[in-house]
Design a protein around this ligand. Structure first.
Ligand SMILES: [Zn+2]
Length: 84
């Protein structure tokens, strides 16, 4: 049965435990994985700076599973420029 979600003073549904924040985190994670994978074979050549940046956030993402908002922003920019 589909849960209609009930929230009281919490980000988790009282009935099923579902969390919109958790879901958003998961979606962001999948998006970052997708962008990092795509940029392993970019359509346009990466600059040295971009290669270094991707190398360092790739390591961080592998060990911590997250990136800062700023890093994600830059990643998105490189992704849209180089894989379009
Ligand atoms: Zn629920």
């Amino acid at each position: 049965m589909k849960c209609d979600h009930k929230f009281v003073d919490s980000n988790h549904c009282l009935k099923c435990g579902w969390s919109p924040l958790e879901q958003e985190r998961q979606m962001t994670k999948e998006l970052i994985e997708h962008m990092l994978t795509s940029l392993e074979t970019p359509h346009k050549e990466l600059t040295k700076w971009e290669e270094d940046f991707l190398g360092s956030i790739g390591e961080q993402f592998k060990s911590r599973g997250t990136l800062s908002e700023k890093q994600t922003e830059i990643l998105e920019r490189i992704y849209s420029e180089k894989t379009a």
